[in-house]
Ligand binder design. Structure first.
Ligand code: UTP
Length: 294
């Protein structure tokens, strides 16, 4: 049973290798790659904060120290900016470290997303919690985690963010099987990790936002490695289907998979075009380039 608590904690796993963005990710975390001028991980931290989250746990690993430095104070840099009177930049830099309480735990071996989330057991204790993947950046009027928390208010259980994908792409996602119970809501009866299109129960795919309940930890303990030899969160959620309600929520917003090259480029273009300072000039430039390319 899910207790009647709200969602105050979120987990952001950032311990993966990021092989799809090599060689850029050989010596730096993919979560630190900028979308325009902000690292990807900051977009998801901001989404969590704007959804009312008070404490965030980052599950890190080797080569990820830049993320910890990023959310820490940058004493020398701040002193330099202060002495030069660059107040606006100083505020930007300081806000990053003061946005929210961030905690860290290290996943020593990258054994899969499920294993990364298992590292949050002590942090989460007995409360439902949010999970955000920094690979998925979602441009939305209402932050997607907030949309999901609103669903959770009326549907206590596990909530998965989903979107429809072309059927040939099911092998890239966890796919749900379920019954539509509302405008954007499904009750989930089964989940399959990365099925071939022929085996997919639907074309409704899970993206990187979850509300999970503490029972996930026991389920993870009993979940053997699955696809790619990794402990899959999809499998652990599936194993809870008999005792807990699982809902899938079709979020409102535009999602970019910034963990792969094309998605990363698309996100940069979309966010740059929306910027007040450079958007107009950038659009002009893009139009020129496209015209030349025709
Ligand atoms: P991905 O499936 O994108 O794996 O992980 P990856 O290693 O980061 O990237 P590729 O596929 O090699 O390019 C989804 C999320 O789960 C985290 C990743 O950091 C990412 O946010 N993750 C994955 C972990 O924290 N630990 C793991 O063992 C695996």
């Amino acid at each position: 049973m899910v207790k009647g608590k709200g969602i105050e904690k979120a987990v952001i796993p950032v311990a993966g290798f990021g092989t799809r963005l090599l060689p850029a990710t050989k010596a730096q975390p993919k979560e630190m790659l900028p979308i325009v001028d902000k690292p990807a991980v900051q977009y998801v931290v901001e989404e969590a904060v704007n959804s009312g989250i008070e404490d965030i746990l980052l599950v890190t690993g080797r080569n990820k120290r830049a993320i910890e430095d990023y959310f820490d104070y940058a004493v020398e840099l701040e002193r330099e900016l202060e002495s030069k009177g660059k107040t606006e930049l100083l505020n930007i830099v300081r806000n990053v470290s003061e946005m929210v309480s961030i905690y860290y735990v290290r996943q020593k071996i990258a054994k899969g997303l499920g294993d990364a989330i298992y590292h949050a057991k002590g942090f989460v204790s007995d409360e439902p919690f949010g999970v955000l993947l920094a690979d998925d950046i979602i441009d939305a009027d209402v932050p997607v985690l907030k949309q999901m928390i609103d669903v959770f208010e009326n549907h206590k259980g596990i909530i998965l963010a989903v979107m429809e994908v072309p059927i040939q792409d099911t092998k890239l996602y966890g796919i749900i099987e379920g019954k539509k119970i509302g405008d954007r809501l499904y009750e989930v009866s089964n989940l399959v990790e990365k099925p071939e299109p022929m085996e997919a129960p639907s074309n409704i795919a899970i993206v990187g936002r979850y509300i999970l309940t503490p029972s996930i930890f026991e389920s993870l303990e009993n979940t053997p490695p699955g696809k790619n030899g990794e402990v899959q969160i999809t499998d652990a959620i599936k194993n809870l289907a008999h005792k807990e309600k699982i809902y899938a929520y079709k979020f409102e917003g535009t999602r970019f998979d910034v963990g792969e090259k094309l998605g990363y480029l698309k996100a940069n273009i979309a966010f740059a075009l929306k910027r007040k300072d450079i958007g107009k000039e950038f659009k002009k430039y893009l139009l020129e380039v496209l015209k030349e390319a025709e």
